[in-house]
Design a protein around this ligand. Structure first.
Ligand code: ADP
Ligand code: ZN
Length: 679
């Protein structure tokens, strides 16, 4: 006989199980409480969702909740609601998502002295500067709406002083005895940034990023949770920290792709932060010099409120941008060989070379950027600049085995000939320049110069990056060579020249966001130049495609013009922000299993589409091999779904995935809503 005082609870458990399970307990438990429950022969964590009115009608004896977890505080209702939304939206088990809300270790009982350098810098207080008119105006307009939910898009050019606006808003929120959450891309969460916050708010700041030890992370979490530190600055996962008295959320560099997590729960930190703000009825500020087209479109259609800061503070000018057409450079070299003295490597124009020389002489710094995240090679004619594109998808084709060009969205394919199909010259090459080659060449040309390279090969940890930043800051480096790793947020007083070595590499990534990313990168990178000098900084863009929209608009710092053109393209191809995308990735060790699973999924998808008129408009693309066809010996295929109606697409995806019993052994199906990185 069941105990008459027994209660019944729905508990979401930390396991790959879709819905909650029912457990019994004699204790009275609050919603959101963290518990241990039995699952099979294991003991797992769970979160109490609801108490049931009566004993559920089941033949089996209900298992009992083992205990309430003492080490984990209950989650606030708003937080739980938010997690539940996430579980539905991203098709991920709630019980697993909940794990992200807690720190890795138990709360420490004694005060520890960290042996490492302290987590937070000890910097003296510094008075806020007098705000510019643009800053003041944005501030006033956001302050008016501090007590409601609303998304504020702060579009301010690089160096317009967005951070100062954030600081003032946070100050206001603290005065009202509330907390602030600041999310920034992991890579931008540098000591430079934290110092700026510390200089204003001293010891009111907690930080969470990947460079912390588990102990440090746990301590910071508790300080934020207990409101000892009312400001939490963190990378995307900081959004999960249950702050029940939030007053504002700020997402800096909101356009940044790194807000998207591609592992496990594939969420976008910016998007979930917006939902978090909505649940807490508070404002959220999205800041960027180059807003994502999704956010921009929402501002255009008045879902978000737009605030603009079109000029740099203190009358500093935006950098002067010059474009060097590398086609001309190449032609010149062909005609009259060896006119350059010394002979320059193929990737370096005379203009860029001479500017590096000039800047070196003045004792200032240069940065050379090459956006080469390149896993896949793009094929381009070096004579006419033609890039091999897919006729169906308007994205560039990727070269396989040096012979075969393939579209990674729809699987269109064509064999590569030696001669360019556009100009018939035998000048077709796979682009493959890397930062390391640049470093070698530059060192030969400027043997005296002190170089540093920042890419994934060279900078593998946070500490590496931080010490690199420090050495640039204090002037130990003359020429910095890097990938987009150093494109964002950095503020180096003596950096006056920026060179974009081969802007084209970015244009041709097999991704519909290639132009947007390139434009953002060109603008962000350019924005590093001359931030503190009276004279404008110099930016030199080397390209084979001077007419590419990313270039033509970046030269004029014309974000609005760029987004207008790009939105038209997106509309024509039903890409976001117009259409909604979902990506199903099928992966496994055996290629024929994976192909088979992809075929089954496609069959299911087509059948389901016929099932309801709500699904009529859904466009199915693929299956096709993912751009990176194999990672860690796993083969990867994907199928993309496009639809204008977001709700219908989510419902469709839930039904399509179902209980996953249809997935053949040896394959796995992963769902990515609003995919950003489809490699
Ligand atoms: P953004 O994030 O818009 O690129 P920052 O917030 O980094 O710009 O500001 C650029 C620089 O200008 C920083 O060094 C900052 O301290 C300084 N700054 C910001 N606002 C002002 C102001 N009102 N007066 C003087 N300097 C300012
Ligand atoms: Zn295609």
């Amino acid at each position: 006989m069941p105990d008459s005082t027994e209660n019944y609870y729905l508990v979401s458990v930390n396991a790959p199980i879709k819905g909650p399970l029912t457990y019994a307990s004699t204790a009275s438990l609050e919603r959101g409480a963290s518990v241990f429950v039995p699952l099979g022969s294991r003991k797992v964590s769970g979160t109490v969702l609801n108490a049931l009115e009566q004993k559920p009608d089941t033949k089996y004896a209900l298992k009992k909740i083992i205990e309430v977890r003492e080490d984990r505080p209950a989650l606030p209702f708003n937080h739980l609601k938010w997690l539940n939304w996430m579980s539905e939206y991203y098709l991920h088990p709630l019980g697993q998502i909940v794990e992200a809300c807690y720190p890795p270790l138990k709360q420490s009982t004694k005060i520890r002295k960290s042996k490492k350098k302290p987590v937070l810098p000890d910097v003296p207080y510094s008075e806020p500067p007098k705000l510019s008119d643009e800053q003041s105006e944005c501030l006033v307009n956001i302050k008016k709406k501090l007590h409601h939910f609303g998304v504020h898009l702060l579009h301010g050019v690089t160096g317009s002083g967005k951070t100062e606006v954030y600081l003032h808003l946070i100050d206001e929120v603290l005065k009202a005895k509330k907390q602030a959450l600041v999310l920034v891309p992991e890579i931008s969460l540098t000591p430079q940034l934290v110092e700026r916050f510390s200089a204003r708010f001293q010891d009111k700041i907690a930080v969470l990023h990947s460079g912390l030890t588990d102990r440090e992370r746990t301590d910071q979490w508790w300080k934020a949770y207990l409101k000892e530190r009312p400001i939490l600055i963190g990378a995307r996962s900081a959004a999960f920290c249950p702050l029940d008295n939030l007053g504002i959320i700020i997402v800096d560099e909101e356009h940044d792709g790194s807000f998207k997590q591609d592992e496990k729960l594939k969420y976008n930190g910016r998007d979930v932060a917006i939902m978090l703000a909505k649940n807490y009825h508070i404002p959220i500020v999205l800041g960027s010099a180059t807003p994502s087209l999704e956010s921009w479109y929402n501002a255009q259609t008045h879902k978000y409120t737009l605030h603009k800061m079109p000029s740099r503070v203190q009358g500093r000018s935006l950098p002067e941008v010059h474009v060097v057409n590398m086609k001309d450079d190449r032609a010149e070299r062909k005609e009259k060989k060896l006119t350059h003295d010394p002979e320059l490597p193929f990737w370096l124009s005379k203009t860029l070379f001479e500017n590096i020389q000039r800047v070196l002489k003045k004792g200032e710094q240069s940065a050379l950027f090459l956006n080469r995240r390149g896993m896949a090679h793009t094929v381009q004619c070096q004579d006419c600049g033609y890039v091999y594109e897919c006729p169906n998808c308007a994205i560039s084709l990727t070269l396989h085995n040096s012979k075969y060009l393939n579209c990674h969205y729809c699987d269109y394919g064509v064999t590569l000939k030696d001669h360019c199909i556009n100009c018939h010259e035998p000048s077709v090459v796979a682009l493959g320049l890397g930062t390391e080659l640049i470093e070698n060449d530059i060192q030969k040309l400027f043997p005296e110069a002190r170089l540093a390279r920042a890419d994934r090969d060279e900078v593998s940890s946070r500490e590496d990056l931080e010490s690199l930043i420090k050495s640039v800051e204090v002037g130990e480096i003359d020429i910095l060579i890097g990938t987009q790793m150093i494109a964002k947020g950095l503020d180096f007083p003596k950096l006056t020249l920026v060179g974009l070595v081969m802007a084209d590499v970015g244009f041709n990534m097999p991704d519909f966001r290639a132009s947007e990313r390139s434009f953002q990168l060109l603008t962000q990178v350019s924005g590093r130049a001359g931030r503190h000098s009276k004279d404008p900084g110099q930016v030199i863009i080397q390209t084979l495609n001077p007419a590419h929209t990313s270039v033509t608009h970046a030269i004029k710092a014309d974000y609005e013009g760029f987004s207008k053109t790009e939105l038209e393209f997106r509309r024509d191809f039903h890409y976001p922000p117009f259409g909604k995308l979902a990506c199903f990735r099928i992966q496994g060790m055996n290629i024929s299993n994976v192909k088979n699973c992809a075929a089954i999924l496609k069959t299911r998808a087509l059948a389901l589409k016929k099932h309801s008129s709500d699904y009529e408009a859904i466009i199915i693309m693929g299956p096709a091999p993912a751009p990176i066809e194999r990672i860690r010996n796993k083969f990867r295929y994907h199928i993309l779904f496009k639809n204008f109606d977001s709700n219908a697409l989510i419902k469709y995806c839930h039904q399509l995935l179902g209980d996953q019993k249809w997935v053949p052994a040896g394959s796995k199906v992963l769902v990515d809503m609003d995919p950003i990185n489809m490699l």
